[in-house]
Design a protein around this ligand. Structure first.
Ligand SMILES: *Cc1c(COP(=O)(O)O)cnc(C)c1O
Length: 374
């Protein structure tokens, strides 16, 4: 069976975990907590490793002072965490339709969803392909709204040469085992403005100024604000560290697979049997995901079944949030759902992970072509 995903493993992970144990430093913010690596790689002002992307987004919601009754604009075609972080603070999720070409929030529909209650826009960079950030930042500036980027899938991706997660006040990465780089469960919060760093450090460490204490800026630390526990263990950070060292190699390996799929299916797209992903000219992506779009839900079900019978695990993706029970409770869809439901029902993802072999990719390509010969 060719699995859909295998968590990344480079070989040095066990050595680094052992080193963390030997350091006798297994709580967070030791030598393997890679805040600086993330800062250098993305150019953000400050990065903080967190226990998940969900938690990074929750931190962003706390730091943005999201309150009951506030509205937050986001796509419905996303993972639950995008909405959860804000709903937990009592806000309403206002869903906007996606563009069918990138599956990202349609930047031209955002303004229509803005009310006097709107506090923030949360663009989700689907498949590591950027949203139209120039337009989104312009809307946010004109209406005095915050931008919190769900860049869970977006590490190593760029828009006009600038790293995803660095446009808005906050950007959130995920290092879940399904992402390009992993620590099992983990994430990071990117902070754009210097003025927000101190508060973020306090929220991350149970409402204390412990970060300042460790830098020797104060002689003892104390409880200074409301906070929680978003600092991951060094054991998890050590696992991630081994992959960040090989970030370029892992990305190149994934890109090779992505390009093999993309080139192989050109003919099927020309014959209008399927659609391939679209990457706008301004976007550099990270080969997080390779998907195809079938004709409709019925064809997709047959396609997934056919691949499964041939030992290939292909999977669909999000059920739009506005049609889920919690989405109905905590959100509303602004405007018409022209593409969100229809396109989500056609989309199917093919196996893509670090270390997937060329012969396996060729086998998968062959089976996809065989299905479409029917
Ligand atoms: C993976 C993912 C998340 C959640 O990440 P966790 O680290 O598991 O909390 C949020 N949003 C999107 C778009 C994701 O793909």
């Amino acid at each position: 069976m060719i699995r859909f995903n295998v968590p990344p493993f480079t070989g040095k992970e066990m050595d680094y975990i052992k080193k963390a144990v030997e350091n006798q430093k297994i709580c967070g913010d030791g030598e393997f907590t890679c805040n600086e690596w993330l800062e250098n790689k993305t150019g953000t002002t400050k990065a903080l490793l967190t226990t998940s992307c969900t938690h990074a987004t929750e931190m962003a919601a706390i730091l943005s002072n999201i309150k009951p009754g506030d509205e937050v604009i986001m796509p419905s075609y996303t993972f639950v965490s995008t909405a959860d972080a804000f709903v937990l603070r009592g806000a309403k999720a206002v869903f906007v339709d996606v563009r069918p070409d990138t599956m990202n929030i349609d930047e031209n529909l955002i303004e229509d969803a803005i009310t006097e209650k709107t506090k923030a826009i949360v663009p989700v960079h689907y498949a590591g392909v950027s949203c139209e950030m120039d337009k989104i930042m312009e809307i946010a500036n004109n209406h005095n709204l915050l931008v919190i980027e769900d860049a869970a899938q977006g590490i190593m991706s760029e828009y006009k040469g600038k790293a995803l997660g660095t446009f808005g006040e906050y950007g959130c990465f995920s290092f879940h085992e399904t992402k390009n780089f992993s620590m099992g469960e983990g994430g990071a919060l990117l902070i754009r403005d210097k003025d927000n760093i101190e508060h973020a450090e306090i929220v991350r460490e149970k409402g204390t100024n412990r970060a300042k204490f460790f830098r020797g800026q104060i002689d003892k630390y104390t409880w200074v604000d409301a906070g929680s526990s978003y600092l991951p263990s060094e054991l998890n950070a050590a696992y991630l560290y081994a992959q960040l060292e090989l970030a370029n190699e892992i990305t190149a390996d994934r890109m090779h697979t992505w390009n093999m799929y993309f080139d192989a299916f050109e003919e099927l797209e020309n014959k209008e049997r399927i659609e391939r992903p679209f990457v706008p000219a301004d976007c550099k992506h990270n080969a997080h995901m390779f998907y195809l779009k079938c004709k409709d839900l019925e064809e997709r079900s047959a396609f997934i079944k056919f691949l499964g019978e041939n030992g290939i695990l292909a999977v669909f993706h999000y059920i739009p949030l506005h049609s889920a029970p919690a989405g109905k409770m905590f959100g509303r869809f602004n405007g018409e759902d022209v593409y969100t439901t229809k396109e989500s029902e056609r989309l199917v993802r093919l196996p893509l992970y670090y270390g997937l072999k060329e012969e396996e990719v060729e086998y998968i390509i062959g089976k996809v072509k065989e299905f479409y010969k029917r």
